[in-house]
Design a protein. Structure first.
Length: 477
C-alpha cells in the first residue's frame, strides 16, 4: 500500500483563479513610477493636472495589459457578448431609459455634495475643480459609453435601466432589488471617490518631488552610517525620519491605487461592480472608519494615541529600535501591496471579483491585518509614562477599533459568499492554514529532541490573518 505523504510534503491546496493578474498590477506599478519620474523632471502643471497624470500613468498600462494579455473583455462575468451586437433601433429603446437613470444618479450626488457642509472643506476643491473643468467632456463621453456597452449586453435591463424607469414613474417595470443595489453602488462611488480625491494632492506632490527622494536618501545614509546607535537621541533624530519618509511614500501607492479603483468601474474591463454590500451593519462598520463619520481620529472619542509612540520607548535600545522600525515598514509595504494587487478593482463595500493572488493567497484580509498591527506597533497604547490607567484606556480603545475591523471583515465575507468562487477560496485558505498549522505542530516536538541528540534523524511517526502622525501619512482607509 502506498504511504500517504507527510504534512511536510503535502502540497498546499490550490486556490481559484484570481480576478486580477500579477501582470496587471505590475504594469500599473511600472506606469506609476514612470509618471512620477516624468513629473519629477519638472513641469508647470497644476495640482489637479499632476493628479490626473499620475492616475493615467497607472491606469493606461493596466488597461492595455488587461485587454491585450488577460483579455478580460472576453470574460463571461462582463455580461457582454461581442459577437452579437443588438440593432441600434433596439438599443435606443433601452439606452434612452438608462440615460435617465445615469442622470438621476448624478443629480442625487450633486444634491448631496451641495447640501452637506463637509464637502465645502478646502480638501475637496480639487475634486470639484475636475468637474468644473471637464464636465463638458465627461457628459457626452458617459452617454456614448452607456449606449455602446448597452449594444453588447446580454441582459440590458441593468441598474441604470431600472433607475430610469423609476424616474419616469413606471414602477411596475422596476425590480426594486436591482434598483437598491444600483443606488448603493453609486453611494459607494460618491462617498469614497470624493474622500480619496481629498487626500491625493499632498501625496502626489511628495512622491513626484525630487527633494523628497533626496531627503530619503540622506536619511538612509545617516542611518546606515551607524553612528546614530551611539547618540543619546539617535533613534528619534536619525532612525525616525527615515521610517517616516518610507511610510509616507509607501502609503502613496495605497492612496493612488485605492483612488483609481473607484473611477475604473467599466464593464468591458470586467471591473464593474457586481453588487454593493447589502447590510446596514456592514455599512456602519465601514463608514465609521472614515470622515466625517469616524470618531477614531486625533482628539476624538476613540483617540487611542494619548501616549508616546514607539521611538520613545526604544530611545536607549538602538538595535531593537531598528528591528521594530523594520517591522513597521514591512507592515506598511504589505498593506500597500494588498491594495496594489487589486489593479483597477479596489473598492470598499462592493463585490468586483475575487482576488486569490499575492497577499490574498496567504490570508483573506491582509490589509486589515497589517493596518491594525501597524497601529499597535506604532502607538504601543499599552505603555504610558504617566499613568497605568491611561495605558489601559488607550489599549481598550484600540482593542475596540480592532474589533471594528474584525466586524468589517466578517460582514464583507458574508457579502462575498454569494459568489461560489469566494466559497471555494475560503475553503482553500482554511485548508492551507490547517495544513501549515499541522506542519508546525509536527515540527515542534523535534526541536527538543534535536537539541538532546544532535544529528539524530527525526522520527516521522512522532511528529506531531490618513490622518498625519509622527510616522507619516497614516490614514483611515
Amino acid at each position: 500500500m502506498a504511504k500517504s505523504p507527510s504534512p511536510q510534503h503535502t502540497p498546499l491546496p490550490a486556490l481559484p483563479a484570481s480576478a486580477v493578474s500579477h501582470g496587471c498590477s505590475l504594469a500599473g506599478f511600472a506606469g506609476m513610477v514612470l509618471g512620477a519620474v516624468l513629473l519629477a523632471r519638472g513641469s508647470s502643471l497644476s495640482p489637479l493636472e499632476k493628479c490626473l497624470v499620475m492616475i493615467a500613468s497607472a491606469v493606461l498600462p493596466m488597461v492595455v495589459y488587461s485587454v491585450v494579455v488577460d483579455r478580460v473583455h472576453r470574460n463571461p462575468s462582463t455580461g457582454l457578448d461581442w459577437s452579437s451586437p443588438r440593432p441600434w433601433g433596439e438599443v435606443w429603446q433601452t439606452t434612452r431609459i438608462k440615460w435617465l437613470g445615469l442622470s438621476a444618479a448624478v443629480v442625487c450626488l450633486g444634491v448631496v455634495y451641495f447640501s452637506v457642509r463637509y464637502y465645502r472643506a478646502a480638501g475637496f476643491a480639487l475634486y470639484f475643480e475636475f468637474f468644473e473643468r471637464f464636465s463638458l467632456w465627461v457628459l457626452p463621453l458617459s452617454l456614448t459609453y452607456v449606449a455602446w456597452v448597452d449594444r453588447f449586453m446580454v441582459k440590458p435591463r441593468d441598474g441604470y435601466w431600472h433607475a430610469g424607469q423609476a424616474v419616469i414613474g413606471r414602477w411596475h417595470e422596476v425590480d426594486r432589488a436591482i434598483l437598491r443595489d444600483f443606488a448603493l453602488a453609486w453611494a459607494v462611488k460618491g462617498f469614497f471617490l470624493a474622500f480619496m480625491a481629498s487626500i491625493l494632492t499632498g501625496p502626489v506632490n511628495g512622491f513626484t518631488d525630487p527633494g523628497t527622494w533626496r531627503n530619503l536618501a540622506g536619511h538612509a545614509a545617516q542611518v546606515f552610517s551607524w553612528g546614530w546607535v551611539n547618540e543619546p537621541n539617535g533613534v528619534a533624530q536619525r532612525l525616525l525620519p527615515l521610517v517616516a519618509a518610507l511610510v509616507a511614500e509607501v502609503f502613496f501607492i495605497d492612496i493612488l491605487f485605492g483612488g483609481l479603483g473607484y473611477i475604473m468601474t467599466f464593464r468591458p474591463l470586467d471591473t464593474h461592480i457586481r453588487s454593493a454590500h447589502p447590510t446596514l451593519l456592514g455599512w456602519v462598520a465601514a463608514l465609521s472608519c472614515y470622515p466625517p463619520l469616524t470618531i477614531m481620529g486625533n482628539g476624538m472619542a476613540l483617540d487611542y494615541r494619548q501616549t508616546p509612540e514607539w521611538f520613545y520607548w526604544f530611545a536607549g535600545l538602538p538595535w531593537l529600535a531598528l528591528v521594530w522600525a523594520s517591522l513597521i515598514v514591512l507592515l506598511v509595504a504589505f498593506y500597500a501591496w494588498s491594495t496594489l494587487v487589486f489593479g483597477m478593482r479596489f473598492s470598499n463595500l462592493t463585490h468586483r471579483g475575487i482576488l486569490t493572488h499575492g497577499p490574498y493567497s496567504l490570508t483573506k484580509h491582509p490589509a486589515y491585518l497589517t493596518k491594525v498591527l501597524f497601529w499597535w506597533m506604532v502607538h504601543m497604547p499599552f505603555l504610558n509614562p504617566d499613568s497605568r490607567w491611561e495605558a489601559l484606556r488607550n489599549t481598550l480603545l484600540l482593542l475596540f477599533i480592532s474589533w471594528v475591523y474584525w466586524l468589517r471583515a466578517r460582514t464583507e465575507e458574508r457579502h462575498l459568499r454569494t459568489d461560489p468562487v469566494y466559497e471555494q477560496y475560503e475553503a482553500a485558505i482554511a485548508a492551507r492554514h490547517a495544513l501549515l498549522l499541522t506542519r508546525i505542530r509536527k515540527r515542534l516536538p523535534n526541536i527538543g529532541a534535536t537539541s538532546k541528540t544532535a544529528g539524530a534523524e527525526p522520527d516521522d511517526g512522532n511528529r506531531q490573518d490618513p490622518s498625519q502622525e509622527a510616522l507619516g501619512a497614516t490614514r483611515l482607509r
